[in-house]
Design a protein around this ligand. Structure first.
Ligand SMILES: *[C@@H]1O[C@H](CO)[C@@H](O)[C@H](O)[C@H]1NC(C)=O
Ligand SMILES: *[C@@H]1O[C@H](CO)[C@@H](O)[C@H](O)[C@H]1NC(C)=O
Ligand SMILES: *[C@@H]1O[C@H](CO)[C@@H](O)[C@H](O)[C@H]1NC(C)=O
Ligand SMILES: *[C@@H]1O[C@H](CO)[C@@H](O)[C@H](O)[C@H]1NC(C)=O
Ligand SMILES: *[C@@H]1O[C@H](CO)[C@@H](O)[C@H](O)[C@H]1NC(C)=O
Ligand SMILES: *[C@@H]1O[C@H](CO)[C@@H](O)[C@H](O)[C@H]1NC(C)=O
Ligand SMILES: *[C@@H]1O[C@H](CO)[C@@H](O)[C@H](O)[C@H]1NC(C)=O
Ligand SMILES: *[C@@H]1O[C@H](CO)[C@@H](O)[C@H](O)[C@H]1NC(C)=O
Length: 310
């Protein structure tokens, strides 16, 4: 049916379609971007072997030189770089001019790094050009439940510290989209950290059996975070909490009770001691007084007797 001549384009088309499926870049002719994870080092690959002597190379970030290295017939003369960017020490010999950056910052998202060869007065077109894509993982999102007036419940999903902007959506029972108007999502971009944070609220009437999930997708990181609020977990958590409270308050009561009893017992003991002491003291005093009286009487008697003697 199809003549030999048309088979080639058809096959090419299929081949291209296959490639398109696996990688959009190749067939579209778009340069491939390198993904840098924020905070991690990255290698921008570049191999070039056709070198003579007396040349220099420059790695540029857009138009700004980040690394310059000069060779003459004896070897490497000097290397200068910004922010600890580096190339292999044996680059001229191995032809491996890959640029290593010690850490990726989200500010660098979308920049292009290019390697230029300068030989005498002449500057080559870029030997390598790498587009740079930056990504960072989002932190753990929380899913909270707040009871509102009426039957409605608000679920709160919070996701921070990631890059680029994620997509956030909700599912009920893992399949159903929540009704329109029930979701409010606020995405914020922090200018100083260059990170995104997302707060999404879902306010909805849910039955006791509904699963509610918040899904945060960051395709650049190949990352999907899902937090499912399982209604059945709510009760054990709550009951565990109240159980804990019960144990705590009972424990507190027991401890306070023991302390009170001990206190009362000690007080009674003290009272007994002091009563006994008082009694003893009183008895002692009474005895002393009696003895004193006797002595006084004796004295009176003796004085009287003395008087009488006189
Ligand atoms: C390289 O530069 C040195 C000094 O600048 C010069 O003596 C030498 O001839 C140059 N070599 C070539 C191949 O241009
Ligand atoms: C080029 O050098 C880098 C850094 O030393 C290394 O990780 C990489 O594997 C090298 N590439 C090749 C093709 O040798
Ligand atoms: C620079 O380029 C010009 C023209 O393209 C060429 O004639 C000349 O030989 C080149 N010089 C060097 C040092 O490569
Ligand atoms: C609560 O739900 C019941 C039944 O689902 C409904 O009749 C009632 O109007 C709801 N109340 C509010 C305040 O939404
Ligand atoms: C809710 O989530 C739990 C745990 O993931 C699952 O076992 C259960 O089948 C889910 N219920 C529904 C209705 O999707
Ligand atoms: C989500 O709800 C909380 C209180 O329920 C509110 O403070 C916050 O502004 C809401 N966020 C959005 C994005 O609607
Ligand atoms: C979710 O699943 C539960 C259990 O299967 C069911 O009782 C409930 O009606 C479902 N909710 C929705 C909105 O479909
Ligand atoms: C995402 O991760 C999965 C599992 O680790 C892997 O199979 C897939 O190739 C990754 N996709 C991309 C675009 O990195």
């Amino acid at each position: 049916m199809c003549p030999q001549e048309c088979m080639v384009p058809v096959l090419a088309l299929w081949y291209c379609a296959g490639l398109l499926l696996s990688s959009v870049h190749l067939c579209a002719g778009v340069e491939e971007c390198i993904l840098g994870i924020v905070g991690q080092p990255i290698l921008l690959p570049c191999l070039y072997h056709e070198l003579s002597v007396n040349f220099s190379i420059e790695w540029r970030k857009d138009d700004k030189v980040v690394l310059r290295s000069v060779w003459d017939d004896k070897g490497n003369v000097e290397t200068w770089s910004l922010n600890h960017a580096s190339i292999p020490a044996d680059a001229a010999r191995s032809g491996n001019f890959s640029l290593e950056l010690p850490a990726v910052h989200p500010r660098e998202d979308g920049v292009h790094y290019s390697l230029f060869l300068i030989s005498g007065e002449n500057q080559s077109s870029p030997l390598c050009s790498v587009c740079f894509k930056v990504a960072a993982s989002f932190s753990i999102s929380l899913l909270k439940r707040e009871h509102m007036a009426g039957n409605e419940t608000t679920f709160l999903c919070h996701s921070t510290g990631g890059y680029p902007k994620p997509s956030v959506y909700w599912l009920i029972n893992n399949t159903l989209q929540p009704p329109k108007g029930s979701v409010r999502t606020l995405t914020e971009f922090d200018l100083s950290s260059h990170f995104f944070s997302v707060t999404s609220n879902l306010t909805i009437s849910v039955s006791k059996n509904d699963n509610v999930s918040c899904i945060v997708e960051n395709p650049s990181m190949n990352e999907t975070l899902r937090y499912t609020y399982k209604p059945n977990d709510d009760e054990p958590v709550q009951s565990r909490a109240s159980e804990a409270m019960w144990i705590f308050s009972t424990g507190l009561c027991v401890v306070v009770g023991i302390m009170v009893i001990a206190g009362v017992a000690y007080q009674i003991h003290l009272d007994n001691i002091s009563k006994r002491r008082k009694k003893e003291y009183r008895e002692e005093k009474r005895g002393y007084r009696r003895r004193q009286q006797n002595r006084e009487e004796d004295e009176v008697m003796t004085s009287e007797s003395r008087e009488t003697e006189l």
